[in-house]
Design a protein around this ligand. Sequence first.
Ligand code: NAD
Length: 504
Amino acid sequence: MTLTMQPHRETVGLKPGLLYIDGEWGGATDGATWTHRHPATGEDIGELAVASASDVDAAVAAARRRFDSGEWSNTRAQERIGVLRRCGALLREHAEELRGLQALDNSVPVGFGAGVYAVSVEVAADVFDHHAGWVDKLGGETLTPYQGGDHLAMTFREPIGVVAAILPWNAPFLLFAQKVAPALATGCTVVLKPSEYCTFTVLRMVELLEQAGVPAGVLNVVTGPGDPTGERLITHPDVDKVSFTGSRGVGGRIVEASAATMKRVSLELGGKSPAIVFDDAADVGLAAATTIGAVTLGLSGQACVANTRALVHRDVYDEFIAAAEGMAGMVSYGDPFDPGVMSAPLINGTQLDRVLGYIERGKADGARLVTGGERLDGDYANGNFVAPTIFADVDNASTLAQEEVFGPVLAVIPFDDEDEAVAMANDTEYGLGASVFSANAQRTFRVARKVRAGTVCVNGFQIEPHLPFGGFKQSGLGREGGKSAIESFTELKTVLMPLGDEMM
Ligand code: NAD
């Protein structure tokens, strides 16, 4: 039976996508819209407003005004804590509805989303609670003054100002929370731009935050693609900071655009993370399942930190590949509202062509196709589904091992000793994550310290929302998560004062 989203569209109650500027919902001033196509069916799902440069200007002006007035940053701590807690509570209360909206946006299955960090509403709600706890703990230091004890020297953490928060399409709950919660906790005001491929979920989250008591103009939303909406935002002189999650290419453009006004920039970009599996791993099958699972389940490998390269010791190489192939065969596709479905299609036709292109390139470069390697047809023919794909005997210098595929494709590469594994792990321009599988504790720590990546997991694959997260090398700039986020949404101010009357 051909898949259709129409009944779900009605059940979930999708509304047209509007802009939210200074507490008012409305269309784009020039009436421009973008039609969202569902990744699993190709159907038109809904229309969203495309914010023009003047709409973006209005949103930034509102955020600027509300920031400069100090009305949010000077609110009593208990009041701001209460608002952030209510944000978390309302997200939790509406989790099911939000999962449905996400399934209409990016086709992440409702059955997969509940417990998994990156696509979990509940984790996003926890992030709001976590940041509520920071509001009354923002502080500086009292320092020893250079000029002696008759002087005071101290530091303050002050909100960075107007934040442009730009989101990708793949993990709207968590990435919304990791940007908006610390920005609000520190007293910043925000202009948020969701991805044009995942807007409806984010708009509903914003409605819930409005309901939670976030004042008008403190959080604004402009929707639409990179051009014109995103470009105006990143070049706007009144934006103090751009907090971006997305591709390496757009990240580079943001750095370039920031130079004109020295905007603060934090970037969470792509990856080509390795899972390093040693011959003394306690459970090679588990290492294989963890690795192929992260590349095929849920987002179908469209996840920045997924371990898309498996570096496997030659003595357990065949065992690893057999286990990974078995697991790949169990991945289920289809209607994201079917609780038995575990994996999403690729987000759009461009990404589908890109992934199929990488698969052809892998074959041409001599890698051995173990399983998958093709687009799914039949019931899935109207969607962007690609079968879970494993390539073995991949050359670490080849395109498949070096570039971010962003699809359900695992590259398996053999190694003979630890030094070779570490050298290959580091031989990429990215440095977002890694996993090390070994029963030798010294080895796991030794390798974890040598791998140049922002997060290294030992004998597993996990990310914690309150810990620092970000990339070495071209995987990003700065860190999100917990205290790192608080620091990145604040400026450090030093205040000096002589104490003697004669010095005044
Ligand atoms: P993308 O870079 O194409 O788009 C991200 C956002 O940037 C979208 O909102 C888009 O509209 C906007 N944009 C595009 N051009 C712009 C411009 N010129 N100016 C301003 N904004 C612009 O990325 P995507 O396809 O949405 O997401 C996939 C990428 O995101 C992958 O590379 C993935 O690794 C990365 N990602 C990283 C993390 C992380 O935490 N490191 C998390 C999720 C995704």
